[in-house]
Design a protein around this ligand. Structure first.
Ligand code: SF4
Ligand code: SF4
Length: 466
């Protein structure tokens, strides 16, 4: 027998004698707190063919059933690839559609170049109907258990007719089809009203993601109206007005200028009337898109991050985790694990529809015509879309990486941005390593309270490459 290459072990810093085993492929988290059952010793014995104690023998049987120990002849890369095919690329339990009703925005954030193209690209009534019809056809074909609709932009609330029509028609269609529909919106929050929320909640509107770039002073410097006026109070008050109605995800973009103010922001959010609605708060460095990509994009795009849905970044990892620590200490939730993927790009039945009916595999691609995966005049992806789905996203080095199931070769937009190619991995190993270590320490504390003992070789964090 041999241990899975996707096992990671971590020793409890505040819980001596507690060892957590985390398997990134199966998402098993097992706490060992029995002095007679040490996973490192067990794995070593198994690898050397040494005799096992009765307790170790029992544990080995269970661990094999869980895919944490494997027969020597198992090709685990093949196991991973079969998992990727069935559970990620061709999954049919979830269909996720991100819709951009328009590319324009009512803000002029300093790090965003949408400003130059503000008036372009608004979804017409005809395109709205075609979008609804396209999604309905896809739903009938795929029959997923869940449909996730995300509205994004530009600023989606600048153009609500498509949002209302799509939400209402698809909700009814999903009810008849037996599909559970969930809806969320990534908005700057300036136009968010209780009336709109009340109108859309019956159609499955569940969450909003809102960005604060620091406390009032710092935010008002970065996230401004076109005349330069800050937006903090408007957004904050709008969130107060919808308290209790929606789940709220908080995002934030930082650079050297506003980093310190993120700490006071976290405290203010915790004291807010909507603190109990916050499901996650996560803060990322402001990203720079290379000038070639920026010049190719039609209709706009964000420089703050490639997508506001995903969390990834290897830059300024220490700053990110210091903020995460502060968020936790303050009592707000953080992202559980530092997954980069496999994101929606990897799944056949997840896609982004632009205001003109163009279809992309990633929201950050919208406007990059060479990356268009299809359009709503056609039910299937075009050759570029199929190629994006089918091309391998990881390389030989990834095949020996613990994080392959949480990464699958990294963010594709980052790959294009960094290398110009979709087919080269974009490695954020350091981010995954540090984030996973933090996550495992939290798991040790949580599981120690309801300990389920158990047990396995693998390198600990200390031996992972950096
Ligand atoms: S891209 Fe980097 S972190 Fe991701 S699987 Fe490959 S080696 Fe691991
Ligand atoms: S490819 Fe990158 S930007 Fe696009 S959805 Fe995935 S993580 Fe987000």
């Amino acid at each position: 027998m041999k241990p899975s290459k996707f096992n990671i072990l971590s020793h409890g810093k505040d819980n001596p004698g507690h060892i957590l085993l985390y398997n990134t492929l199966h998402d098993h988290r097992i706490l060992f707190d029995d002095p007679d059952l040490n996973p490192e010793t067990l794995f070593e014995k198994i690898q050397h063919g040494s005799p096992l104690s009765p307790k170790e023998t029992d544990a080995a049987v269970d661990l094999k059933e869980m895919g944490i120990l494997l027969d020597d002849d198992v090709d685990e890369q093949k196991v991973f690839e079969e998992w990727y095919h069935a559970k990620i690329r061709e999954r049919t339990d979830i269909m996720q559609v991100t819709i951009l009703p328009l590319m324009a925005c009512n803000l002029a954030c300093h790090y965003c170049f949408e400003n130059a193209v503000r008036e372009k690209g608004k979804m017409s009534p005809e395109m709205t109907d075609k979008t609804i019809a396209w999604i309905k056809r896809r739903l009938q074909k795929v029959r997923p258990e869940n449909l996730n609709i995300h509205f994004f932009g530009g600023e989606p609330l600048l153009h609500t007719p498509p949002i209302k029509k799509i939400a209402k028609e698809l909700w009814k269609f999903c009810q008849d089809l037996g599909v559970k529909m969930h809806m969320g919106m990534i908005t700057n929050g300036v136009l968010l009203t209780p009336e709109l929320v009340d109108e859309l909640v019956p159609c499955g509107f569940e969450w909003v993601k809102i960005t604060f770039d620091g406390d009032k002073e710092a935010h008002d410097h970065k996230r401004v109206f076109h005349g330069g006026k800050g937006t903090f109070d408007i957004i904050y008050n709008n969130l107060c007005a919808i308290a209790g109605k929606l789940k709220i995800a908080i995002g934030g973009n930082f650079d050297a200028e506003n980093y310190d103010s993120m700490f006071s922001l976290v405290e203010r959010l915790k004291r807010s009337p909507f603190a109990d609605d916050i499901i996650v708060a996560r803060f990322k460095p402001i990203m720079k898109v290379n000038s070639v990509i920026a010049s190719q994009r039609e209709g706009g795009g964000r420089l703050s991050s490639f997508c506001d849905v995903c969390a990834f970044n290897s830059k300024q990892v220490d700053e990110m985790f210091a903020l995460q620590k502060k968020t936790l200490e303050t009592g707000l939730p953080v992202q559980e694990r530092p997954d980069i993927g496999p994101c929606e790009y990897h799944s056949r039945h997840s896609m982004t529809i632009g205001p003109d009916g163009s279809i992309y595999k990633c929201p950050a691609f919208v406007g990059l015509r060479n990356l268009m995966a299809g359009d709503i005049e056609h039910d299937d992806y075009n050759d570029q879309g199929e190629k994006q789905l089918m091309t391998q996203k990881w390389d030989h080095e990834c095949e020996t990486c613990h994080f392959l199931p949480n990464c699958a070769g990294g963010c594709r937009m980052a790959a294009v941005n960094q290398t110009g190619s979709l087919e080269i991995k974009s490695c954020d190993f350091q981010y995954l390593k540090e984030g996973t270590e933090e996550f495992m320490q939290r798991e040790i504390v949580a599981l120690s309270r309801s300990s389920e003992a158990y047990a396995v070789d693998l390198p600990s964090f200390d031996s992972l490459p950096t």
